[in-house]
Design a protein around this ligand. Sequence first.
Ligand SMILES: Cc1cc2nc3c(=O)[nH]c(=O)nc-3n(C[C@H](O)[C@H](O)[C@H](O)COP(=O)(O)OP(=O)(O)OC[C@H]3O[C@@H](n4cnc5c(N)ncnc54)[C@H](O)[C@@H]3O)c2cc1C
Length: 308
Amino acid sequence: MIKILENLLLKEYTTLNIGGYARCFVEVHSIEELKDALQYAKDHNLEFYIIAGGSDLLVNDEGFPGLIIKLSLQGLTLEDERIKVAAGTSLQDLVNYTIEHGFAGIEKLNNIPGSVGGAVYGNAGAFGQTISDKLVRIRVLVGDEEKYLNKQNIGFDYRESILKKHKDWVILEIEFKFDIDNPVELKKTAKDVLETRKQKYTPGIKCPGSFFKNLIIDRLPKDLQKDMPKDYYGKVPAWWFLEQVGAKGATRGQIKISDHHANLFINQGEGTAADFFALAKEYKNKIKEKFGVDLEPEVQLLGFKEKL
Ligand SMILES: Cc1cc2nc3c(=O)[nH]c(=O)nc-3n(C[C@H](O)[C@H](O)[C@H](O)COP(=O)(O)OP(=O)(O)OC[C@H]3O[C@@H](n4cnc5c(N)ncnc54)[C@H](O)[C@@H]3O)c2cc1C
């Protein structure tokens, strides 16, 4: 039985701790409940939006006038050397499991918050690894139908997947096949990653991770490429562009761009989505003016009329 709640404050469900009220909200723990929730949205003529860990979201202060479905499908099984994971399972649980069992390929995703489904949606990655590297296929709900999509049909690219073009599709389950490696080595890599990440993300920080996507160096105009830093897995980090236009340390209301990392926008307490959006837009525009380059948000925006 699903329990539809009304007027729930969404800031409680985002790591940024920003966001107004959802008209309706439901947490689902099974595919049956998910289907019931989708039916409810249909019957009541409500737009729906899936959330999981809320770690990649900027929700508007006005909230969302439809049904928020918090996906809490959990579970992990190992079958015929394939790991099957329910979409709401935490990515950290999956990373821990793979490391302990000597499965290599996502150990560098250590300490990324959120769910496995959310990671697949945005092809999350770090230090040269992405969630899609060892992915075999996913099961998605498209309307009333459950479908399998093999990796080559998921449109993976840097922080991209086909799911971003089909907001009404819901990832249910993800299957992986990993390489075998020594758990001791994997543990060491994960530990090193954690040490590096701790410098960027201090405990309790209210943020959605990096805000803008990095830029793929080969896709930049040739004359720009020669002056760009080159040692970042084929990307020019967004922080580099942001630094060039003086973003570090900038503030608007309670939103601050980190003094240490220009692509890290922090809610210092009671920050608003309006201030966040305005600050991001200000520096995006400065970069456009100076370099002719368009930064795109990596974080998903919910409830905004204007595009960033
Ligand atoms: C401190 C911090 C550090 C971070 N570091 C990194 C990093 O190193 N690399 C990186 O890539 N990201 C990073 N992120 C961003 C974020 O953690 C990842 O993008 C994460 O994978 C998002 O998962 P989520 O469950 O929180 O998704 P949510 O924020 O809940 O949702 C994000 C999007 O995914 C969609 N979605 C979620 N689940 C499903 C589903 N089952 N089916 C269909 N759509 C779905 C939602 O509709 C939404 O559009 C970081 C975030 C924080 C707060």
